[in-house]
Design a protein. Sequence first.
Length: 321
Amino acid sequence: MILMDLLCHPVWAISTVLLALVVRLQRRAKWDPRACEVTLKGKTAIVTGANTGIGKFIAMDFARRGARVILACRSEARGSAALKEIRETTGNSNVHLRLVDVSSLDSVREFADRILAEEKALHILVNNAGASGLPREITKDGLEISFATNHLGPFLLTNLLLDLLKNSAPSRIVTVSSVNHKKGQVDFSHFRGENLKYHMDTVYNHTKLHNVICTTELARRLQGTGVCANSVHPGVVLTEVLRHYSLTVRFLFNLIGFFFFKSPEEGAVSSIYCAVAEDTEGITGKYFDSDCSLVLPAPLARDPALAVKDFEICERLTSKL
Ligand SMILES: NC(=O)c1ccc[n+]([C@@H]2O[C@H](COP(=O)([O-])OP(=O)(O)OC[C@H]3O[C@@H](n4cnc5c(N)ncnc54)[C@H](OP(=O)(O)O)[C@@H]3O)[C@@H](O)[C@H]2O)c1
Ligand SMILES: *[C@@H]1O[C@H](CO)[C@@H](O)[C@H](O)[C@H]1NC(C)=O
């Protein structure tokens, strides 16, 4: 009771609001997409997981810049709702929905086949779709579901679209990773669901580390092609990202997040910066923080030998042979 009284005291309320304001001012990115006039007319962009959260606002920005935007979503209903919203908000009717479940290699192959058949060019690919806290499951490809969703599916998708990206150069690949990659570990048996502990975001953290490692290696392989590949941290963003966690965890996330976390629109900024800004043209193999600054990723993500090995294992796991 005393605790409740204390918490409800006006001094508490006022200081929380003030602190929230200070946090808001401090975390403001040094780049404002609304002040950036780069146009994407005549360009084509794909954003995975574009029906909600961060992805929806990335797609919205590209549509506002006049791009042909492909929303790569797994649900027809949720995807169509976002399609309608983005078309209406931006007035751009060249926005389209294509279905893909990135956790399924077959679905990724089907999606890529259709893109290769229908699209003449591809200038931006944003690997945004991702999930945290998924319960343990092995997919029909024999892969652990969090790794399939956050890393191996997007890895295959990127590789299948690589020739189109090269032919459309200059082009950019952005992978939405997370600062959580710093707590991740590399153990190649994880991909098949071995030696994993399912405690809070442990598995998620591992998957986000592979995002950064393989993006760096991809960039090395793409030197001289005009295709850039970078990864970003979007910030701590109030989205549906914790939908697989308990009610208590979600309640706390939303309560604290209401005051202190970024909105999905703010969370989209570092990805948009990486995908369209003039400042980032030609930058490749790097990791951007949520305020758009270039920062070093975790030591494991800077080990070139590990990256070569990781990339090769991921290639093998996603190939048909
Ligand atoms: N929010 C944060 O604080 C935070 C922090 C660091 C990094 N991130 C990263 O930011 C990215 C976007 O997350 P968010 O916060 O916007 O979360 P979100 O609101 O949960 O949105 C995730 C998006 O990914 C899609 N998705 C999930 N699994 C998929 C699959 N198998 N196939 C196709 N699409 C799939 C979801 O589609 P459905 O709606 O159909 O499920 C949804 O569109 C993720 O990669 C996440 O790891 C987020
Ligand atoms: C995952 O990463 C986050 C952010 O760095 C960290 O707070 C959390 O403790 C990590 N989870 C585990 C289980 O290591």
